[in-house]
Each structure stands twice: as C-alpha cells, then as structure tokens.
Design a binder for this molecule. Structure first.
Ligand SMILES: [Zn+2]
Length: 418
C-alpha cells in the first residue's frame, strides 16, 4: 500500500516559506531578493511577495544596493529591521533579578539589574517586583517606537516550559509555581508571549549561539552561583533528555556521604563547589546575597579573585580543591556523553585562571579517551549575564521561526511599508 501524500495547505506553505525567507535574511549580512531566491530555491516572484509581507510585518527592511555583478542590474539588499521589535530576557536568581531587551540585530535596547534576596520569599512577591521593573521598561521601549514581542524568564530550577511551570527551585525554596500565568497577570500584558526556561540552559544556549559554541558543537556549560546549573549542548543543540530535565550536573553525586545539598541529597557537585561552599573553604565571609552585584568591588567573587591573585594560601588551596571536585564531575559527564569541551560560566568564569589546571588534571586522569582526545576547559565568552542574554535570544528566535504570529503594521503606519 502506498502512502497517501499529505495535502499541502497553501496557508501553511506560505507561513513555512515566510519563515524560510526570514531565516535567510537573518543568516545573511544584507541579501538581495535574487540571492534569497537562489538560496531557498523559491522563485523570484514568490520571494518578492514574501519579502513585501515581511516588510509589512516590520521584520525586515530594504537597505543599500549590492555591488553590481558581471551581469544584470544591481539589487536592493534586505536586512532585519532593528527598529521594530524587541524580545525580553528575564532572570530571577537567588540574590538578584535582571532583564535585557534585545532588538532583531542583537543590540541591547534596555536592561536592568536589581539586587534582591528571594530565598524563602513567596514566588508571587518576587514575580510582582519583576513585573514592576518590567512595566517601566516596556513603557520606555514603546516610547522609543519598539514593539515588545516576547519574553523568556530564566529560573534556577526544574521548569516545564510547555506548561509554564516552575516545578522546584531548591535554592529559592519554591515549588509548583505557575510562573508564566502569574507573571502575565502581574504584568497585565495578555498579548506578550511569555515562556520559562532553566537559567543554566539559557546560559548554555547563549554560549552556543554567541560564544564558544560558534567553534565547538558539543560541550557541557556549567553556571556557578549559589547553586550550580548546567546545560548540555550536543550537536549544536540543547539536550534535554526524555524527561526534559537532563543536564542537572549540579546534582550529580560526587561523594556518596558528602555534605547535605539544597536538593535534599548528599555530596552533590553543588554542595561541594557552589559559591557558599567555596567561600567557607577559603575562610571568607559571604557578604550575604543581595548586598552586591556579581562583579561589584565588594562582591565575594571579586574578593576571591583578588585574594587568589595575591596568592593567599587558603584561597588558592580552596580553589584547587573546588577545581578538583569540578574536574571529577566533568570527567563523569565527559565519559558519559563524549563531549570534547567544558565551559565555565557564572562565577566559575572569573575563577577560570585558578580552576583550569586542577580541572584539566582530573580530566586527564579520569576520562578514558583523554590521551587521544584532550578535553578543552573553556571560559564563557559572554560578557555579563549569559542567562538573560540567552533568554532574549531564545525569545527572538521563537519569533524568527514563526513570523506569522507577528501581525502586519496597518498600511500607511510605516513610511517604508509597500
Ligand atoms: Zn543536590
């Protein structure tokens, strides 16, 4: 029996082609309609009609003239429109909240960072505080003529993106929170597409798209703060596993009867290498979450870096111990998934100069294949907060994949609309 061909619905086909053309423009640095037709295999009339549609939606605009080639007349190039939409990246972490608004060209158009200890506070209170911060930002963005199109919220815990739920965030003490519904209600933005994602996954995605991932396809990204999260990039894509909860490197057991972890287990990576564990080992007082930004002069990370640079023995020893624990954890991950790089993000990135050597030593000793394929110990290439950047990029990409959900601007409302 032969399979019946699936009838192609012309509307779905057009939306598919619209996304294809938009992706081609996003991947190029100014492409002509003829070039889009050559790349996509669509005919020139169809491409012209789709480009006109994308211009009406405010997603692309016409730019300069391409160089005149050997034959034919020069074409006008098409580029993403950086003055139309912004996507929001949001983050709530143990001791801070942050947001960034990124336009289609990847430029930051607004951002904010607030120190706030959310441990033990009701999720609704923290979400309401974030909403207050965002309402002001949304107003500023709209006043600049930008249309906020979506937001992704990064949280340090297990999330269910499909249901918009936070299942558990051990370090915040939150569980079973319908975060997307609560944030949407607090924001009073019924049309804003809001999604939730694990903060370390977002950091891994940002690293994948804009950092070391441009040259490496398979790596474990580890983001260290009070908690230790991770995202696994395999074949250039985030690996979630069947449950969606894969990549919880921070809760891999390193010492079966080791110290108690926030998750309720014992001897997890996080319990041994989290920021507070490191500060205890180093004999430094945590200044308490909420009292400084991660890079401010008084932050514990800055004090650690200064003490390590000054060669303070107890701090240097603590970093060697933490590096050895991290290395042992990485070795298990590498033996299991066969990636050839690990990337240090969060506070580990600042401490890379001291952590790298002990990690490399453990990897060489414990990874069976290391004599043939050494494992690179990289440092996150992203300046600033990788999670909020990843969140904004994820939201932008969701729109680029589905341009049909952006409604066209009313005719005449835009000078450049055909
Ligand atoms: Zn744990």
């Amino acid at each position: 029996m032969t399979a019946t061909p699936t009838p192609i619905d012309p509307k779905s086909m057009r939306l598919h082609n619209l996304a294809l053309v938009l992706r081609t423009v996003a991947d190029g640095d100014g492409v002509s309609r003829a070039r889009i037709a050559a790349i996509t295999g669509l005919n020139k009339t169809t491409v012209s009609s789709l480009v006109a549609d994308l211009i009406d939606r405010g997603l692309v605009r016409e730019a300069g003239i391409t160089q005149r080639g050997g034959v034919g007349r020069p074409g006008v190039t098409v580029v993403l429109d950086g003055e139309s939409f912004v996507a929001l990246g949001l983050e709530i972490n143990v001791d801070h909240m942050a947001f960034t608004a990124v336009d289609l060209l990847g430029r930051v158009r607004d951002e904010g960072f607030v120190r706030r200890d959310s441990r033990g506070r009701a999720a609704g209170d923290t979400l309401a505080s974030l909403a207050l911060l965002l309402r002001q930002a949304l107003e500023r963005l709209r006043n600049s003529g930008l249309r906020p199109v979506g937001a992704v919220l990064g949280l340090p815990g297990l999330v269910d993106p499909a249901q918009g739920l936070l299942l558990v965030a051990p370090n915040l003490g939150w569980h079973d929170v319908p975060v997307v519904a609560q944030l949407r209600e607090a924001l009073d933005e019924p049309d804003l597409d809001i999604r939730v994602e694990n903060e370390a996954n977002l950091g891994a995605l940002a690293e994948c798209w804009e950092g070391l991932g441009r040259s490496i396809d398979d790596f474990v990204y580890v983001s260290g703060y009070i908690g230790v999260g991770a995202g696994l990039i395999i074949g250039g894509k985030l690996h979630r596993g069947a449950t969606g909860f894969g990549g919880e490197f921070g809760h891999m057991t390193l010492v079966a009867d080791g110290p108690r972890c926030s998750c309720g287990s014992r001897g997890c990576v996080e319990a041994l290498v989290g920021l507070e564990a490191l500060l205890r080992r180093a004999g430094l007082e945590p200044d308490g979450p909420g009292r400084s930004t991660p890079t401010s002069a008084t932050s514990p990370v800055t004090r650690l870096v200064e003490a390590a640079a000054a060669g303070e023995p107890r701090v240097v020893r603590a970093l060697a111990d933490v590096g050895a624990h991290l290395g042992a954890g990485f070795a298990s991950a590498v033996n299991l998934v066969g990636c050839n790089a690990v990337v240090l993000g969060g506070y580990f990135a600042s401490l890379h100069p001291w952590l790298r050597e002990p990690i490399e030593r453990e990897l060489a000793d414990r990874v069976l294949s290391s004599a043939w394929v050494p494992v690179e110990v990289g440092r996150s290439q992203l300046p600033g907060d990788a999670a909020v950047r990843g969140a904004a990029l994820l939201s932008l990409r969701a729109m680029l994949d589905d341009p049909g959900r952006v409604t066209p601007v009313a005719p005449g409302a835009r000078g450049d609309a055909g």
